[in-house]
Design a protein. Structure first.
Length: 406
């Protein structure tokens, strides 16, 4: 493919809306616009990745640091919209809202079950206010959350420990879609907003986190404004239709598999079980493979194996010889981006670094006089010379990469 056919527009400066270095280089190299719309070069890169995906294991060959589970592959990036909890030790990884962790529960009935005591708790509408007023730790309180299932108008009362946060995604796995309950629905159940507990409710599905049955003598609402109950206990005072893991994982929680602290990272999704997200893969390649000068895309991820350019000569037609090399390499199945512009050599060198093909081939008069052309692997500092006859006799990409290693 020739440079001018793709209408490549490179930029010397990073766009002011770039949140990551990788995205900045994709814009500067002309793969995407500032609005993240693929250009002709970008579409060529995406088509190339689609072709590679015929091999289900192709992501493994792109040298990307990924987080994986059986269903999804993630790439950590600051601008990513999907938070993932993962274990650096055993490599457990899951979306944050679905991730599990080893809960700090004590043995059931580790302490005697105390009798319920109704206490006045004015202006204690939150767990924090309640814990401060009664001088108890948050883990000794029960947090109430109330929903309605639209499919059948079932009122759902959820209980998690006061030091935990509910994961609505986990809740929906067990009960289906829900919405926040209205004030009328809460009142009809017998609960009192801000002072609610599952004790004594009617026409209610009670769902509790699996830590609740293991936690004794919790403070919960009295279903009366201004009052709470000390020493509520699951099993003795109420039961539930569903007991399951319902709470959100946080950074530092113990891994469910090995017990080491979990980390939380922002990511983009590269693949699900049945689908690849090619624009995210292109971004991941740019994030993982760049230096100060531009992209350093590896084979086979790069849309072109070779960036071919010629430096005009005074005595020889270097452009004609570059055209011959272009035809020869393409005939050998080697993909080539031929910079056919009438530009200064320095501009072409800079653009070659930005675009990031694995190998640059430079055709110049001095080398041609000795039957040589210049090879420059993108990730190496030094140029090397190779005989033109060897380059023109290559039978395929494998011989090209072997040539760069000699």
């Amino acid at each position: 493919m020739k440079y001018r056919d793709l209408n490549i527009q490179t930029q010397r400066e990073a766009p002011n809306n770039a949140r990551t270095e990788g995205f900045a280089f994709l814009v500067r190299a002309g793969y995407v616009t500032r609005e993240n719309v693929p250009t002709q070069l970008g579409e060529r890169a995406l088509d190339h990745l689609r072709g590679l995906s015929s091999d289900p294991s192709f992501l493994l060959h792109l040298s990307l640091p990924t987080l994986n589970n059986n269903n999804e592959t993630f790439f950590p990036v600051a601008s990513g919209a999907v938070e993932v909890a993962h274990c650096p030790e055993c490599k457990y990884a899951e979306r944050l809202e679905l991730a599990r962790f080893a809960k700090p529960a004590g043995a059931k009935h580790a302490s005697p079950l105390l009798p319920i005591e109704k206490v006045l708790t004015p202006d204690c509408h939150t767990i924090e206010a309640l814990a401060n007023f009664l001088e108890v730790p948050r883990e000794k309180t029960a947090k109430a959350l109330m929903y309605t299932r639209p499919s059948d108008d079932q009122f759902i009362f959820v209980v998690v420990r006061g030091d935990m946060q509910l994961s609505e995604a986990k809740l929906k796995q067990h009960v289906g879609d829900v919405r926040a309950a209205s004030a009328e629905e809460i009142e009809r159940s017998g609960a009192a907003a801000g002072y609610a507990s599952p004790i004594g409710l009617k026409n209610t599905m009670i769902v509790v986190d699996d830590l609740i049955p293991q936690s004794q003598n919790l403070v919960a609402g009295a279903n009366e404004a201004g009052y709470h109950l000390r020493n509520t206990n699951y099993g003795r005072d109420y039961s539930a239709e569903i007991v399951a893991d319902l709470v959100q994982t946080a950074a530092g929680d113990a891994c469910i598999n090995c017990g080491n602290p979990l980390s939380v990272s922002s990511t983009v999704i590269l693949a699900t079980r049945n689908e690849y997200h090619f624009e995210n893969i292109l971004l991941a390649l740019a994030e993982a493979h760049h230096d100060l000068k531009g992209l350093t895309l590896p084979h086979p991820a790069a849309p072109f194996d070779v960036y071919l350019m010629q430096v005009p000569g005074k005595e020889m037609d270097t452009r004609l010889k570059a055209e011959e090399i272009y035809t020869s390499l393409q005939s050998a199945g080697i993909s080539v981006l031929f910079d056919d512009r009438e530009e200064r050599a320095g501009v072409k060198f800079n653009d070659a670094d930005l675009i990031g093909c694995p190998l640059r081939v430079t055709v110049g008069e001095k080398g041609l006089k000795e039957g040589m052309v210049e090879l420059k692997p993108r990730k190496e500092k030094e140029n090397r010379l190779t005989r033109l006859t060897i380059l023109m006799s290559l039978a395929g990409p494998t011989e090209l990469w072997n040539l760069t290693k000699d």
